[in-house]
Design a protein. Structure first.
Length: 360
């Protein structure tokens, strides 16, 4: 397939609004990269610049070492899958999948072989004579993917392809995309606002906010060692708990709680002695049996786990969520003792992680 190098790319619109700032990324051959972030963060704009559907205001884009910054979209050898499928309703599934090859005036026998091969990969062989209106949303999205596969592009681009599907279909189609990537060993860039998609699909994740890249890394790196408060809050479901806490000798003191620090944690926080930081704790790292009193106000049973919401001690504003292993039936007003099994620390002013990689 292909390597893609994105160097110092900006996007500035005619009204001087900047949507993307200094975007840099090296995509390896066969890698699946997921761009994730909230709506309006610049991820789709970045993908459209890569596809050639948006002009690049500054910077350069290289495909296999060739500068394609000014190359028209049709000559970039990339295929894009949109969230709205973009299928022709008057054509059969076969004709939709063959359309780009027909435009190129390829040999009909070659087109036929490519369409049948793509249909077999995606489980669409029995649907080829139908019209898009006769298919489910998940099947139509597979047709859109099939139309890209027959082109045999160097890079596949996915722009929130599962947004129009219900939860069950989203999960099934997500698995199909993952299997497709493994089978084709294709270079893929995938845009989503859904962090579950990002964590389950990506070789590496690019987390964006307000046009800026916040962190690039494997799913585990972003989950386990977030670079800043934004990444920590965006990656992980339910989201991370955050508490204001003052650094004391060997411990953190917050409203309604004190937590002891390990020697390593204490060393990382030494420059913040006597100062206030933000303590981050994932709900799954809030476990029963400690010395922190959690006053319950709601209880959600999720099967193997129970999501418990409450506040710490007398500080009603210090809200906390705990994802406890097992089935519990806590009632409003119950008190549960918990412990923080893993902690993350963030600078109050910059939001940057403190002692990143050392706060296990």
């Amino acid at each position: 397939m292909a390597e893609l190098n994105i160097q110092h790319v900006d996007k500035i619109y005619d009204n001087n609004v900047q949507a993307v700032f200094d975007f840099n990324l090296d995509v390896k051959d066969g890698e699946l990269i997921v761009l994730v972030g909230p709506s309006g963060c610049g991820k789709s704009t970045t993908l459209r610049m890569i596809a050639g559907l948006e002009d690049i205001s500054a910077g350069h884009l290289f495909l296999d070492g060739r500068d394609i910054t000014q190359t028209p979209a049709k000559d970039r050898d990339m295929a894009m899958v949109f969230q709205n499928y973009a299928l022709y309703g008057h054509m059969t599934i076969y004709e939709n999948m063959a359309f780009s090859l027909t435009l190129r005036k390829e040999n009909p026998n070659v087109i036929h072989k490519k369409v049948l091969a793509a249909a077999e990969i995606l489980g669409l062989t029995s649907q080829l004579n139908k019209k898009p209106s006769q298919l489910s949303g998940g099947q139509r999205q597979r047709v859109a993917m099939g139309r890209s596969i027959v082109r045999n592009p160097k890079v596949f681009l996915f722009d929130e392809p599962l947004s129009n599907l219900d939860a069950k279909l989203r999960g099934a189609t997500r698995r199909e995309i993952l299997l497709l990537h493994k089978r084709l060993q294709a270079t893929m860039l995938y845009v989503t606002h859904d962090q579950t998609e990002a964590l389950t699909l990506a070789d590496r994740i690019v987390c964006m906010s307000m046009g800026h890249v916040q962190q690039v890394g494997t799913p585990l790196e972003l989950y386990d060692s977030p670079a800043n408060r934004f990444v920590a809050s965006f990656i992980g479901l339910p989201p991370m708990n955050f508490f204001d806490a003052t650094v004391r000798e060997g411990e953190l003191e917050g409203r309604g709680f004190r937590v002891k620090l390990t020697e390593e944690e204490n060393g990382a926080l030494l420059p913040y002695a006597g100062k206030e930081i933000e303590l981050g704790v994932r709900p799954e790292d809030v476990q029963g049996g400690g010395e922190i009193a959690m006053n319950v106000f709601s209880n959600e049973n999720l099967g193997m786990n129970t999501l418990v919401h409450g506040h710490i001690g007398e500080a009603a504003g210090n809200r906390i969520s705990a994802k406890l292993r097992g089935w519990y039936d806590y009632k409003e007003g119950d008190s549960v003792n918990v412990v923080f099994s893993r902690k993350h620390f963030f600078d109050k002013e910059t939001g940057e992680a403190i002692g990143r990689g050392k706060n296990a």
